[in-house]
Design a binder for this molecule. Structure first.
Ligand code: PMP
Length: 470
């Protein structure tokens, strides 16, 4: 996916891009984020480095949008793809299954000790969320509770760009154009966001209690027996910019969902598959969702793939009901994508990469804090594992964001791509809503070294300082 300020990122990048040798603007038939100007062209990629057509070497500190968790051109994943092509490149999943999809699903269910007992394999995070919303609805129809048609989601959230997934997304700028087409069966509560959400003098415990009361209040407002599911990112990604859940937050929301018999859908498209230091981000808070989506780190960008993990209690209802999910896609369980994801997951496990994330994550966070935390425009450095955000503000004491017209996050991204800096940073934050500041996000590959951490921090700091005019 593209960061929130998609258009502005592209415009800012275009503004800093050198013209072609004959002085003309490059033309393109691809419908890019900026219709009239393509982003830099990548001609090769290896390890953590991308090479552009003009020869610039860029350290990929974000794996695109938190995707390339093994870096680029990993030989074991490439080989697994070739081997699968030699076996069978495609089958239609209602007709046939394959070893590749069976192995991947088994690996995922085992990783939850069988709590999540079935896996629906799709091609993206958006499709996984779409499937989750539909499965939640079908579950209640089969259970004899057809009145459950409502979803509760969180403000400033992002769950994908199809009309269904966008309906449960609380990012105003992304919704605006499509609003008349989005489902009206969705309402929103505040996300956990201590930097701006916590009141002065309030403890973390009181803050979480207050968020719980707000969710409980929303259940009561719409009628608890009308709620199908609560949808939340386990750790907020792009729109808030790497905000981990406060202590007991996940337990609190799970308890409320259980009390009212609604499902909890945890979106781990960005935060799952090792990004926060454990395969499933929910396991750090001992909360198991009813439905869970994963994508980015699952296939690490080697193939487009996402998945919906379904709790055994949900599976039981469906198997004793119609026995089928009224939803399917032609490329579901694509063998090559599954083979690539299996290989990615084997590398993560066999090379001890989650251990590396757990060890170097705090090192990265501390170094960012040390280098940038004192800057007059750095409001907060926050994160977990290999998912970090630096929130930038115009005025630190009042936490006033920069005006959207400054396009700061987009400018930072474009500045990083310049040859003298050579780093790809992920612009995030909800500045277009005016509800939080611009955020620079880092989401490096799980196999980076301490030297890479130093390089990332140094280059990021230089880019941020340049963009802020320091
Ligand atoms: N949910 C979350 C939390 C995401 O970060 C994203 C992608 N940025 C999506 C859903 C949508 O995934 P995709 O772009 O693969 O469709």
């Amino acid at each position: 996916s593209l960061p929130p300020q998609t258009g502005t990122t592209a415009q800012a990048a275009a503004a800093t891009r050198p013209p072609t040798t004959n002085g003309s603007t490059p033309t393109t038939s691809v419908l890019h984020a900026n219709l009239n100007s393509p982003p830099p062209k990548i001609v090769s990629a290896s390890g953590n480095y991308l090479t552009t057509s003009t020869g610039t070497q860029i350290f990929d500190a974000t794996g695109g949008a938190a995707v390339s968790c093994l870096g680029h051109a990993h030989p074991r994943v490439k080989q697994a793809i070739v081997d699968q092509l030699d076996t069978v490149e495609y089958t239609y999943s209602p007709f046939f299954t394959t070893d590749a999809s069976e192995r991947l699903a088994e690996r995922l269910t085992k990783s939850t000790n069988g709590e999540m007992s079935k896996v629906f394999i799709v091609s993206s995070g958006t499709e996984a969320i779409e499937a989750a919303l539909k499965l939640a609805r079908q579950y209640f129809v089969e259970k004899g509770e057809p009145e459950r048609t409502r979803f509760i989601a969180r403000e400033q959230s992002y769950h994908g760009n199809t009309l269904g997934s966008l309906s449960v997304g609380g990012h105003k700028a992304r919704r605006k154009v499509y609003e008349p087409l989005l489902s009206e069966n969705v309402s929103f509560v505040s996300p956990p966001y201590p930097y701006r959400g916590m009141k002065e003098g309030e403890s973390e415990e009181e803050y979480v209690q207050r968020l719980g009361q707000e969710l409980e209040g929303e259940f009561q407002r719409v009628g608890p027996r009308n709620v199908c599911a609560f949808v939340a990112e386990t750790m907020s990604g792009l729109t808030l910019g790497a905000v981990p859940p406060p202590k007991n937050y996940l337990q609190t929301i799970k308890h409320i969902c259980d009390k009212h018999g609604a499902l909890l859908i945890l979106d781990e498209v960005m935060s799952g598959m090792g990004r926060t230091g454990t395969l499933h981000a929910w396991s750090q808070d001992s909360v198991t969702p009813h439905l869970q989506t994963v994508a980015k780190g699952l296939g690490a960008g080697y193939q487009p793939i996402g998945a919906l993990l379904v709790h055994r209690h949900v599976v039981d209802v469906l198997s004793h009901g119609t026995g089928s999910f009224v939803h399917s896609q032609t490329y579901q369980g694509h063998p090559v994508a599954c083979a690539a994801a299996c290989a990615v997951q084997k590398v993560v496990e066999e090379e001890g990469l989650m251990q590396n994330v757990r060890e170097l994550g705090p090192v990265l966070g501390k170094a960012l804090q040390k280098r940038l935390g004192g800057h007059a425009n750095v409001g907060e450095v926050r994160g977990r594992g290999f998912m970090w955000g630096i929130e930038l503000v115009q005025d630190k004491p009042s936490k006033t964001p920069f005006p959207a017209s400054k396009k700061l996050a987009a400018t930072i991204h474009a500045t990083g791509l310049r040859e003298e800096f050579g780093i790809s940073l992920l612009p995030g934050g909800g500045v277009a809503d005016g509800t939080n500041g611009d955020v620079v996000m880092l989401a490096p590959a799980y196999n980076i070294t301490r030297e890479d951490v130093e390089l990332i921090v140094e280059r990021t700091a230089k880019v941020v300082e340049r963009a802020l005019g320091a």
